[in-house]
Design a protein around this ligand. Sequence first.
Ligand code: AMP
Length: 339
Amino acid sequence: MERTAEAHTGARAMQEIFERIAAADTIIITRHSRPDGDAVGSTLGLSAILRASFPEKRVFLDNDDRAEYLAFLGDEGPRPAPEDYAAATLIVLDTGTPDRVANARVFDAKCVIKIDHHICREHYGDLAWVEEERSSVCEMIAEFYRAFADRLTLTRYAAECLYTGMVTDSGRFRFRGTNGDTLRLAAMLLDAGVDFERIFSQLGGEDLETVRFEGYLASKIRTTESGAAYLRISKRLRLKHGISLEDACNTVSLMEHIKGSLIWIAFIENDDGSVRVRLRSRFVEVQQLASRFGGGGHACASGATVNSRAEEAQLLAEADKLLMDYKEKAFAKSGFCPE
Ligand code: AMP
């Protein structure tokens, strides 16, 4: 049974969450499925802070999937038993809607807390702390630590997990949402001993086959009339080149720097034939486009799943129109359109 929470921002939400955590004996932390650096970093980082701060509490992570490329951050430890849920306080991180939670038992918990930064109109759980303008949930957890630093312990490991999520979700501090506070919180984590060289070498590493595949794929990038760039990776192509689904999904970044292509989209066929759509943009907002296809996310980084070539074509046509309208308006206003 989903409970509908009222979302709060800032100090009031943090205070309520701290009180619920302080009162709980068992805490379970979960995140969204198909996790990225922010989902993994925030769950591991928060659990490390809570374990170090409250050794008497039982703190679990419980998620049904994992991301190989983030395995360097360590594993999630023993999972809770089903009967642990009834008395537990459960914290869902980085997950806008309940259908995306990587844990089917969420609403078995006594108390459900949502902490998130996705654009979302309806919240779930008993308490929601949502700040859409934050560059990452890891930044919010760092803020939470800073607010209660006299009662919480930030280990070096926790700082490394949070830093990983901050750099991945903010595109190395380049995306919208990055501000002075993001960098001050990142500085706080660096002061706790983060080894960023190790983190970046782990995040940047690619197999030679993947690099070669990307070279091949670069020649397959197409653009719509208005300049939206797109790539399609069928399951057959992926298997032929021996590329994992995860690596195939990461190729969306190949289109990131194409001048004039302010929107870029990767269509990646999943094993079951459905197609994961990864939408990225600069200046133009794509979140509403994604939500028209049942997806969502952030203003300039969203995702969706489609089930036919017709739907793919429809999504591309809408992206093309969105970019066309944006460029026309920009020219009409200033005779110039950013690239
Ligand atoms: P992705 O391209 O999968 O990395 O997604 C970009 C952003 O959109 C991430 O913050 C995701 O959590 C979010 N997102 C992806 N798919 C969906 C979806 N179907 N519904 C809501 N948000 C999504």
